[in-house]
Design a binder for this molecule. Structure first.
Ligand code: FES
Length: 122
């Protein structure tokens, strides 16, 4: 029921961990299951140089978290802000309908981290 890409990012998640002195941190919880994702950003000259994540959640949440870090690195703040949950799910070749809500964590946490970055650096 999961695509190869989902299984790959779940079994071998990219960019797991924390960033010391992160420029922005975002955390979101999924109301429907209680899972939590935290994302850390390093930003230089308006470009996202590094992203790390910690997810306490299901396999789909881990796979989408991993994918969103790969999609965000190298993007400008504004480009990253328009990354959607749907785009993350699509990049994984889709999620089963019952697991689509899991992808909400990924882009939402990224957007929260960007909001935090903007608040700290305005
Ligand atoms: Fe909670 Fe997937 S079941 S994020």
């Amino acid at each position: 029921m999961y695509t190869d890409k989902v299984m790959d990012h779940f079994s071998n998640p990219r960019n797991v961990g924390e960033i010391d002195n992160a420029d922005g941190v975002g955390e979101v919880g999924n109301a429907s299951c209680g899972d939590i994702m935290k994302i850390f950003l390093k930003v230089e000259d308006n470009i996202i140089k590094d992203v790390k994540f910690k997810t306490f959640g299901c396999g789909a949440a881990i796979a989408t978290s991993s994918m969103v870090t790969e999609m965000a690195i190298g993007k400008t703040i504004d480009e990253a802000l328009i990354l959607t949950n749907e785009a993350v799910a699509e990049a994984l070749d889709g999620l089963p309908p019952a697991k689509m809500h899991c992808s909400n964590l990924a882009a939402d946490a990224l957007h929260e981290a960007i909001k935090d970055y903007k608040e700290q650096h305005s």
